[in-house]
Design a protein around this ligand. Structure first.
Ligand code: ZN
Ligand code: ZN
Length: 118
């Protein structure tokens, strides 16, 4: 048990059911959840001197899922989360709309602590 997991900001939300009826969503979501294990296995297999960036791999899989949702499930992207600083600042219209949509899509599947980072 990891005490940090008890914090709501670290909790992975349960993805909405429509995501499971889309094969691409399901595959991208599984790849994202598997990413830390894949990196871990690669690191063990590769031995010392091989450079792996676990954060980079995990973030990349999240971005791919967010991009897919933002472009293919535009109607399902949640509205601005008033509790999220990034969402609120996005409403100033300074960011390209697609990036705003990708960020909001991330609220569907990523813990708040991670959504804030991206
Ligand atoms: Zn999908
Ligand atoms: Zn947000």
């Amino acid at each position: 048990m990891d005490a940090r997991n008890a914090h709501p900001a670290e909790e992975w939300p349960l993805p909405p059911s429509w995501m499971w009826s889309c094969q691409e969503c399901t595959e991208l979501y599984k790849a994202m959840k598997r990413a830390p294990e894949v990196v871990d296995a690669a690191r063990k297999a590769g031995g010392p001197g091989v450079d792996y960036d676990p954060v980079d791999t995990v973030v990349t899989t999240q971005i791919r899922l967010a991009q897919h949702i933002a472009t293919r499930h535009t109607a399902e992207v949640p509205a601005v989360d008033q509790a999220c600083q990034r969402c609120v600042s996005d409403t100033t219209g300074q960011l390209p709309a697609v990036l705003v949509m990708e960020h909001r899509a991330r609220h569907l599947f990523a813990p708040p602590s991670i959504v804030d980072l991206l």
